[in-house]
Unconditional design. Structure first.
Length: 204
């Protein structure tokens, strides 16, 4: 174990969180999943974390006077635990500079489209309704904008004529669950370099 401690932020089902947990269990991902951060106490991802033995930081945003207030608590917890990488995996809240600034270059997000196309909510539905023949998955650094940070890796998914939005979504999610652990492993291995908006992965 190389000691890179990660925190996963999620708000819903937690399938990408589970993919990371499974990759660690199967020795395909050499990190420590230190913490799950979740803004919805009843979200299924919380139960996934409990089953996996991963600590949780669960909060209700309405209990705080501002986003900055709860992010300050989260930041303190991340620092206390020595978290070196934040992975946003279906976290449905806009982040403020309280987290973005200290973790820039150490915070990534997975998005279900080939950015910069179809950012924001429901990237799969946006792409399907637009009628594209090719969509996919992007893992990118978080810069405080709407899915606008430097792109680390992308994988394409073809849209078949017979696809429904549901069948397309299933393949997109499968691709997410493969790409995200792979990117985290490259970061853990020190292979990922960020230079302005350009990201390179060194396999030498």
């Amino acid at each position: 174990m190389n000691g890179l401690r990660i925190a996963v932020f999620a708000s819903g089902q937690g399938t990408n969180f589970q993919a990371l947990v499974d990759a660690v269990r199967d020795q395909k991902l050499d990190v420590i999943i230190e913490l799950l951060v979740c803004d919805k106490p009843s979200a299924p991802v919380v139960e996934r974390a409990q089953r996996a033995g991963v600590d949780t930081f669960i909060f209700k945003p309405k209990d705080y006077p501002s986003r900055e207030a709860y992010e300050s608590e989260i930041a303190a917890e991340l620092e206390r635990r020595g978290v070196g990488l934040i992975v946003l995996a279906g976290y449905m809240r806009i982040l403020t500079p309280v987290l973005v600034e200290p973790y820039y270059g150490r915070m990534i997000n997975v998005h279900p489209s080939l950015l910069p196309a179809f950012p924001g909510v429901n990237g799969i539905g946006q792409a399907f309704e637009y009628g594209v023949k090719l969509t996919g998955v992007t893992v990118h650094y978080v810069d405080g904008g709407l899915d606008s940070g430097p792109i680390i890796a992308q994988r394409a998914v073809e849209v078949a004529d017979e696809d429904t939005e549901s069948s397309l979504a299933e393949r997109i999610h499968e691709t997410e669950q493969a790409l995200l652990p792979w990117v985290v492993q490259q970061i853990a291995n020190g292979r990922v370099r960020l230079d302005g908006r350009r990201v390179t992965i060194d396999f030498s």
